[in-house]
Design a protein around this ligand. Structure first.
Ligand code: SF4
Length: 322
C-alpha cells in the first residue's frame, strides 16, 4: 500500500547517493527471539523431529530456516504423532488446544510470548469479575484466535460498527482487551466507542499493545516523516509489519511491505532521495541487510540509523529448554 508524501517531485542527481535511513528499533523483538530459541533448543535437546503448531512467528524465512534444521510445522495437533514433542507458537493458543495436547500425551513446550499470556490472564480476570470480555483485534489472526478461546463468549471488535452491534445493555460491565500488535491510532476510536457505550468499562493498567510494537511504530513514524518512501520488511501475514506500513503511510511516506530484497521494485525509488527502512518484529535482521544490499546494487547509497528507543527486554526461556 502507499500514501502521498506531499513532497512534490524530487529528482536525485545521478551522482547523489540514495539516503537510506534505518528505523531503530526494528526486526526481532524479545518474544520472537525467545520463540525461535525455544525451537532451536528443543531440536538440540530432544532431536528431530520437533513439531511446531502453526508458524512459530509470522515470517516465511524464519519458518524455512527452522524446517531445514528439522522442525516440522503443522496446522493442528492431530497431525502430531502421540507422545511427540510439540512447540506452541509465540501467538498463543486456546485452552482447548492445551487440553487436546494433554489428551494426546504430547510433550508440549510453550513459546507463547509472555505479553500475549498477560492478555490471556487479563481475559480470565475480567471473566472472574463477571465482566463481558471485549477484544479489539483482527479476525483470523492466530493471536486473536487464542485470546478469543480463553473466555468463551468473548466479543471481537474490528470496528466502531462492531461496538454498536453488540447485544449488551448499556449498564453491562465489560472488560476491554487489545491484540498486542495493533496501532494505537486504530484502537483509539474503537476503545472510545466502547467507553461511550458502556460506563462500566474496565481496561488493563498497562496497554495490551506491546512495547515492541509501540517502539517499532514510533521509529517508523519518525523515519517516515523525513523520507519519501518507506520499505517495511515482513511477511504478508505479519500483523505488526502491516501496522508499520500503515503508520508510515499515515506519517506521509509512500510505504511498501516487502517480503525480502527480491520484492523491492526499483520503480518505487524513481526520483527518491531518502528511503526509510524498517522491519516487523518477526523479521530477521539479515533480510534488512539484504534489502540494503539490493538498494546498493541499484546505485550508490549512504546508510544512517535513526534510533528512537533503546530496547533491552529479555524473556526467560521455559524450564523444558532452559
Ligand atoms: Fe511478544 Fe510483542 Fe514480540 Fe508479539 S510483538 S512476540 S507480543 S514482544
Amino acid at each position: 500500500m502507499g500514501g502521498g508524501n506531499g513532497a512534490g517531485v524530487t529528482v536525485r542527481p545521478a551522482e547523489a547517493p540514495l539516503q537510506v535511513v534505518l528505523a531503530g528499533p526494528r526486526s526481532f523483538c524479545a518474544g520472537v527471539e525467545r520463540a525461535i530459541e525455544i525451537v532451536h533448543r528443543a531440536l538440540e535437546r530432544f532431536g528431530t523431529p520437533v513439531y511446531v503448531r502453526r508458524q512459530i512467528v509470522h515470517n516465511s524465512h524464519v519458518v524455512a530456516r527452522l524446517e531445514r534444521a528439522g522442525a516440522v510445522f503443522v496446522e493442528e495437533l492431530d497431525e502430531v504423532p502421540e507422545g511427540a514433542t510439540v512447540v506452541l507458537s509465540a501467538h498463543g493458543v486456546t485452552p482447548v488446544v492445551r487440553a487436546d495436547a494433554a489428551g494426546r500425551r504430547l510433550h508440549v513446550i510453550d513459546a507463547t510470548c509472555p505479553l500475549v499470556a498477560k492478555v490471556h490472564a487479563e481475559a480470565r480476570r475480567f471473566s472472574r469479575q463477571g465482566r463481558h470480555v471485549l477484544l479489539i483485534g483482527h479476525r483470523g489472526h492466530d493471536e486473536v484466535e487464542g485470546t478469543l478461546g480463553e473466555v468463551p463468549g468473548t466479543h471481537l471488535l474490528e470496528s466502531e460498527a462492531d461496538v454498536q452491534a453488540l447485544s449488551l445493555d448499556a449498564g453491562a460491565e465489560v472488560g476491554l482487551l487489545t491484540q498486542t500488535t495493533l496501532a494505537p491510532d486504530e484502537v483509539a476510536p474503537i476503545a472510545e466507542a466502547v467507553r461511550a457505550r458502556f460506563a462500566g468499562t474496565a481496561v488493563p493498567a498497562a496497554s495490551d499493545i506491546c512495547f515492541a510494537t509501540q517502539n517499532r511504530q514510533e521509529a517508523v513514524r519518525a523515519v517516515a516523516a523525513e523520507c519519501e518512501v518507506v520499505l517495511v520488511v515482513g511477511s504478508a501475514n505479519s500483523s505488526n509489519s502491516n501496522r508499520l506500513v500503515e503508520v508510515a503511510a499515515r506519517a506521509g511516506a509512500r510505504a511498501h511491505l516487502v517480503e525480502d530484497a527480491a520484492a523491492v521494485d526499483p520503480r518505487w525509488l524513481d526520483g527518491v532521495r531518502r528511503v526509510g527502512l524498517s522491519a516487523g518484529a518477526s523479521t530477521p535482521e539479515t533480510l534488512v541487510s539484504g534489502v540494503v544490499d539490493r538498494l546498493r546494487s541499484l546505485g550508490p547509497v549512504e546508510v544512517t540509523t535513526r534510533d528512537v528507543v533503546d530496547e533491552d527486554v529479555f524473556f526467560q526461556l521455559p524450564p523444558e529448554v532452559r
